[in-house]
Design a protein around this ligand. Structure first.
Ligand code: DCP
Length: 135
């Protein structure tokens, strides 16, 4: 792993859904759905960064769990990782995204098949499907 880290949240609900957020920018991925998150700042660990980003982007407090197995080398020397998370305070709202959606495993599969998921995030599909279908 090299360069700066970007952390995304695999936010799950008690009823086995996953939270997806629709990007507004940049044009290449505008309209596509992602796991919400952002860049880890200096002095933060990934969990702290994720809690900050989800407060900013979704207006919620989350409890952060373990890391998903896969990571992705993005352009510009960025490494993308994901952490499991669950909401412990607040109701998510789209502060920076155009929309939010809680999806079932079937909906996630359909969205992936139709190319609606941000390309980098598709590496997590197997892990996400296993976890959310397993409840
Ligand atoms: N990214 C991704 N999948 C995610 C989250 C992010 O592929 N689930 C990518 C998109 C960008 C990079 O990571 O190439 C940084 O993401 P953001 O722009 O969302 O992060 P920031 O908000 O921190 O960046 P900026 O301040 O530049 O807007």
């Amino acid at each position: 792993m090299s360069g700066r880290m970007v952390v995304a949240g695999a936010v799950t609900s008690a009823d086995g859904r996953l939270l997806l957020a629709q990007r507004r920018y940049p044009p290449e991925v505008a309209g596509l759905w992602e796991l919400p998150g952002g860049k880890v700042e200096e002095g933060e660990d990934p969990a702290q960064a994720l809690r900050r980003e989800l407060r900013e982007e979704l207006d919620v407090d989350v409890e952060v769990g373990t890391r998903l197995e896969r990571s992705v080398e993005l352009a510009h020397d960025l490494t993308l990782v994901a952490l499991w998370a669950r909401i412990v305070g607040g109701e998510p709202r789209a502060v920076e995204h155009s929309r939010l959606r809680w999806v079932t495993v079937d909906e996630l599969d359909e969205m992936a098949a139709s190319g609606a998921i941000v390309p980098a995030d598709t590496v997590w599909l197997p892990e996400l499907s296993l976890r959310i279908s397993g409840g």
